[in-house]
Design a protein around this ligand. Structure first.
Ligand SMILES: *Cc1c(COP(=O)(O)O)cnc(C)c1O
Length: 515
């Protein structure tokens, strides 16, 4: 197929003509006006290409075809893109990369399939994107630095905070990469032993975990202060690999296509995706797949009690709550769903701005200004109706999360005693609701599984410890994670949640890293 070779990116909040290359969008992350980068033109793929060609490809070859449409060839030539993709997925434990467990309940006409996204190095869905993003950072930096004397080389210092579950995916994405160092802050004693082991046992010299005496909010505030510190920033070139990076969305598109073809055996069919959602990055990739031409019937947002997305789709009001609810699915505990801004841009362009990119930027900018000053904004009903053509949404409580882990353990046949992590359970709970509402055995339900159950031992044990034969050690914990507890830990303790102490620690460690 022919490739349009001019894919450019613009900010969701910009009302001027300026656009950026893929490289600039990826390296910069967030636009200077506070907006997110998006491709104004979504590439179209014909049904013929989808079902006669793409449906037969391996995960890696499919990733290549998709990414090729979003990255100009003069930015990354074919051979380089292929080897970036192959390298990124060579770290996965499954040859399918993201395998689909079909008909998990054993009831054929329910068509409840689970898309396992956790076969990467840290057992979480974020690996699918971050393994690729790490290699991409290294690729761009290597090219920038080629032939330069050591003291003129561009180096990036990635700084991030984690409440435990997502820091390791960033570390594994960036470990050992040239000219990049990574510092991850976490609250001392407030993350699980497995989470701490996953982060602190990485021996690469460019990785340093900082255990900060305080809360996750303290850690996040420190990271924000570091980003705002001009002097420190210009000295260290501080970067982030957070969920708004465009390359993450791009890398996640592949599994929507791949699992669709697996579910329908490569022919067009009725497919609904159910996605446990927080920052809306995962499901947004599904939206791009649908808009590219993959005939998805519905994308269903599954939220926990932090339900800003569910409330928005029901009321048209996007409103920040006062505080985050601590739930059993902590990776979805958010106040604002950062990637949702990207969807709003496409909807606003279609419904309110008559296809005009510049006017759309103005509208989105006004909304987010209102959100900042008033804590909320309201959109036209027509915009919600347009969103509801592609999306549905449901909210799930902690009790339902536990009940779903229990129920699946009891009823699953294929394999028997299938164990869900609490995030996945939020999605499966919604999937079961849909199955009983739709009563349509021609629909395939693909429920996304975003983490391995071993990462969330407390919730899983809470649900399953009453079962006679159940053992976390024997049935849940993989050998590879068991071994981590025997490895030496590398962490630096920060005795007070203080930005100056953290900055001093980074200064000191960077010298030792000698990159
Ligand atoms: C990040 C994460 C999610 C939420 O994904 P978003 O892209 O933020 O919507 C769900 N489950 C797990 C385990 C995650 O790590």
């Amino acid at each position: 197929m022919t490739v349009t070779n001019s894919q450019q990116y613009r900010s969701t909040r910009s009302s001027d003509k300026e656009t950026k290359s893929f490289e600039a969008a990826v390296i910069q992350g967030l636009a200077t006006d506070g907006g997110l980068f998006i491709p104004p033109t979504i590439p179209q793929v014909s049904q013929e290409t989808l079902f006669n060609q793409w449906s037969k490809l391996s995960f890696q070859d499919l990733a290549f075809e998709i990414m090729r449409l979003y990255i100009s060839e003069d930015e990354i030539p074919n051979e380089d893109l292929k080897s970036l993709i192959n390298k990124s997925y060579s770290t996965f434990r499954s040859s399918d990369i993201t395998p689909l467990v079909k008909n998990v309940t054993g009831v054929d006409k329910e068509n409840l399939h689970i898309l396992e996204l956790f076969h990467g190095p840290t057992y979480a869905f974020k690996d699918v994107a971050l393994q690729f993003v790490g290699n991409l950072f290294e690729y761009f930096l290597e090219r920038t630095n080629k032939g330069l004397p050591e003291d003129q080389k561009k180096k990036i210092t990635v700084v991030g905070a984690t409440s435990g579950d997502t820091g390791s995916a960033a570390i594994y994405g960036l470990r050992g990469k040239k000219d990049v160092s990574v510092f991850i802050l976490y609250p001392t004693g407030r993350i699980s032993p497995i989470q701490e082991e996953q982060m602190t046992t990485v021996a690469d010299k460019n990785v340093q975990t900082l255990s900060v005496k305080g809360t996750f909010d303290n850690c996040q505030d420190i990271v924000k202060a570091i980003f705002a510190d001009k002097e420190f920033n210009s000295r260290h070139n501080v970067g982030a690999v957070n969920s708004i990076n465009w390359a993450r969305i791009l890398a996640q598109m592949t599994y929507y296509f791949y699992s669709y073809f697996k579910a329908t055996n490569g022919v067009p069919g009725k497919v609904k995706f159910i996605v446990p959602s927080g920052n809306f990055g995962d499901i947004l990739a599904g939206y791009f797949a649908k808009k590219m031409g993959l005939p998805i019937e519905k994308l269903v947002i599954a939220t926990n009690e932090n339900d800003i997305l569910d409330r928005f789709l029901k009321t048209g009001v996007y409103e920040r709550s006062d505080k985050v609810a601590a739930t059993l699915s902590p990776a979805m505990d958010i106040l604002i769903s950062s990637n949702f801004e990207r969807l709003l841009w496409y909807l606003a362009r279609e419904v309110l701005a008559n296809g005009d990119d510049l006017k759309t930027g103005e509208i989105v900018n006004n909304w987010f200004h209102q959100l900042k000053t008033e804590g909320k904004f309201e959109v036209d009903r027509n915009l919600i109706n347009a969103a509801l053509k592609d999306f549905g949404s449901e909210r799930v409580s902690n009790e339902e999360t536990i009940a779903t882990i229990k129920k699946m353990y009891e009823i699953s046949e294929n394999p028997k005693h299938y164990i869900l992590d609490p995030h996945t359970a939020v999605g499966v709970c919604v999937t079961e609701r849909l199955i009983s509402q739709d009563k349509d055995s021609s629909i395939n339900y693909i429920s996304l599984s975003t983490a391995h159950p071993a990462k969330f031992a407390d919730a899983v044990n809470n649900a399953l410890s009453d079962f006679d034969n159940y053992s976390f050690e024997r049935h849940v914990l993989p050998e590879e994670l068991k071994k981590l507890s025997t490895l030496p830990k590398k962490l630096k303790f920060i005795e007070r949640a203080d930005v100056e102490l953290v900055k001093a620690a980074i200064d000191e460690e960077i010298i030792k890293m000698d990159l």
